[in-house]
Design a protein around this ligand. Sequence first.
Ligand SMILES: Nc1nc2c(c(=O)[nH]1)N[C@H]1C(S)=C(S)[C@@H](COP(=O)(O)OP(=O)(O)OC[C@H]3O[C@@H](n4cnc5c(=O)[nH]c(N)nc54)[C@H](O)[C@@H]3O)O[C@H]1N2
Ligand SMILES: Nc1nc2c(c(=O)[nH]1)N[C@H]1C(S)=C(S)[C@@H](COP(=O)(O)OP(=O)(O)OC[C@H]3O[C@@H](n4cnc5c(=O)[nH]c(N)nc54)[C@H](O)[C@@H]3O)O[C@H]1N2
Ligand SMILES: [Mo]
Length: 657
Amino acid sequence: MQTGADGQITKISGDPDHPFTQGVICGKVSRYSEIQHGPRILQPMRRNGPKGVADFVPISWDEALDRIAEGWGRRIEQHGAQTIWAHWYGGTMGVVQRSAVERLVHRGGFSRMRKTLCFAIAAAGWSAGVGRGLGPSAEDLAEQSDLIILWGINAVSTHINLMGFVKRARARGARLIVVDPYRTRTAKLADWHIQPRPGTDGALARALMGVMLREGLADRDYLAQLTDFDDAVDAHMQAATAQWAEAITGVPAADIDAFAREYAAASAPYIRIGIGMTRQNNGAVNLHAVSCLPALVGAWKKRGGGALLETGDAFKALNLDAARGAQWIDHETRVLDMSQISRILTDESLETPITGLLVMHSNPVGSCPDSSKTIRGLCRDDLFTVVHEQVMSDTARFADILLPATTFLEHDDLYKSYGQYTVQSSDVVVPPSGEALSNHDFINRLAQRMGWDEPGFQMDAKQMRAQMLADSGLPPLEAWPQPWLDMTPDEEARHFRNGFGHADGRFRFKPDWGDAAMPAMPDHWAVNRRDDAQSAQYPLDFMTPPAHEVLNTTFTASQKARDKRGKPTLLLHPDDAAARGIVDGERVVAYNALAHLVFIAKISDVVRPGLCLTETNYAGEEFEQGVGPNALSHADPVVPAGGPAFHDNRVEVAKAS
Ligand SMILES: Nc1nc2c(c(=O)[nH]1)N[C@H]1C(S)=C(S)[C@@H](COP(=O)(O)OP(=O)(O)OC[C@H]3O[C@@H](n4cnc5c(=O)[nH]c(N)nc54)[C@H](O)[C@@H]3O)O[C@H]1N2
Ligand SMILES: Nc1nc2c(c(=O)[nH]1)N[C@H]1C(S)=C(S)[C@@H](COP(=O)(O)OP(=O)(O)OC[C@H]3O[C@@H](n4cnc5c(=O)[nH]c(N)nc54)[C@H](O)[C@@H]3O)O[C@H]1N2
Ligand SMILES: [Mo]
């Protein structure tokens, strides 16, 4: 980090000594000064016009806190404390700043929130088989893997640091295969790009296992020792031919045979499974099926062999109770699914309606499905909405009270990871901009205004961080040799050599989904939108993966980032464009039962025929309709654990008149 004489951030760079980033940061974060010194919210404000038009007048923090305490107090008196709901998520990933809102919620007895937006489907699929969120490290991959498969993950855009390790492995001769319906920047780098129809990975994985079993390529000793593989699983897999899977996936049968043989022949094949492939109605089933591959061939035995979804279980020791106010958790208090916000705010049958909404480090209008319905909810006269934000997000525009938040350069925190194994601390680099308060400080001041003065609401963020480290049995920051701690589990543990994360230690080919409708063994489960008769009038699959140039909502407020990206584009295959008389660069409308959105058509065979796609995270105001791509996303929760199927929507596309 470098700052100029005027205290402005002039340069952000990576730490070359950090074991995972090794000095590399992504292009987005290197341009973070566009946000830091860009269009920030700098003072508390109250609404001065209709909801949604972003007409605000400045007020003091004192007045803002008074208005919130008064507004909530009145609503709690009428409906009870569960009428207040906080919607919060990943704007900050630091455990001090991110947990603060939970402390307030639990102390107040407000409705709790179920975190499903990002990871619920993937976590369900992974825990079904493997049972624990660990896997080989990036170092294992760089040093030992001889075949790397990036399955439903666009790492060049979404996990850039991983690519440095992939590069090192390839320099040793490792091959790279990418499995993705979209020829992403990552797929373009691969030795082989396999391009299935979205939502068909279960069929592909089952057929790969069928080929390997029929050709005697499975590791039967390993299967007997460390898995629940039995005759029924054997017969089920062997019944799946490459031709069967070709009909479902669109991948040629000969490619499926060749893929299976190459996988089985590798000595330490490594599959990095993306969250992207799980954003399908059958996403959990598909992920579980893919996670079976390394078990079938005993890939875990060799260092660098196996698979990785996430590293979260390495940080189990980190005790967040103090920051979350865990002592106040009341299990009787209802838990509302964050991804269902569109329904929750508009459901008139809800026993206790939500009349007070607090939004922090989250942008539900932009990021949750069915945006138009969320907007209808936010426009309710009886709803009092408080938003704590850095920038004028799609949701901030609907605030009754809008409050300025600090950036990660302006507050202290502690970060765990989900794709690597370090815990990191970061301290204030520059003073808060304007009147911005950190989440931690805002929550403490609000709690005090509500009349709550327990110790958790009195500490500053540094004290809270020290408390969490002490509660976790981790060394105090002063004793850390660097601003990070390496928490990599030992080689045995990260390869599950002494057993997987279930009571019997066995990997499960036969998951216990707790839902009888789900397939008992890896398979194609035909529950995608395209299988739904009602969506037949919308003949194109529609996906919305994150964009290369922005990080979720963060950066969308930057005019420079917007100019760099240009107008919202829709990628269409040449065959689908021709069938509709659409030419490259023309205005088109993509529509379904939920919404109509205008895009600029970009005609390219990077998408499969029958699939159209927008790299998402546009601000609503970049669209003619004032609402972004999630207006086209259905909100039905994915089984078994909830979560939105962002990449499993259907649309029709036509020339815009
Ligand atoms: N169509 C579609 N939708 C998606 C996805 C997709 O692939 N396709 N991906 C989904 C996924 S995986 C995720 S994780 C979500 C992410 O979506 P969001 O959680 O909405 O996006 P973020 O950019 O992580 O953060 C939200 C807001 O937090 C603010 N913020 C940042 N730091 C702080 C802070 O310290 N305090 C406060 N108060 N605010 C802060 C930022 O300015 C930003 O506006 O989007 C989901 N939505
Ligand atoms: N630049 C940038 N980086 C980001 C983010 C961002 O917004 N921008 N967001 C961050 C967050 S919060 C998250 S959760 C991660 C997500 O990062 P990833 O795990 O990479 O997830 P996605 O980019 O949603 O999807 C990855 C790929 O999955 C493919 N895909 C979709 N459906 C299927 C399918 O059925 N099968 C297969 N095999 N592939 C499929 C998509 O075409 C896409 O290329 O990225 C993080 N990094
Ligand atoms: Mo995410």
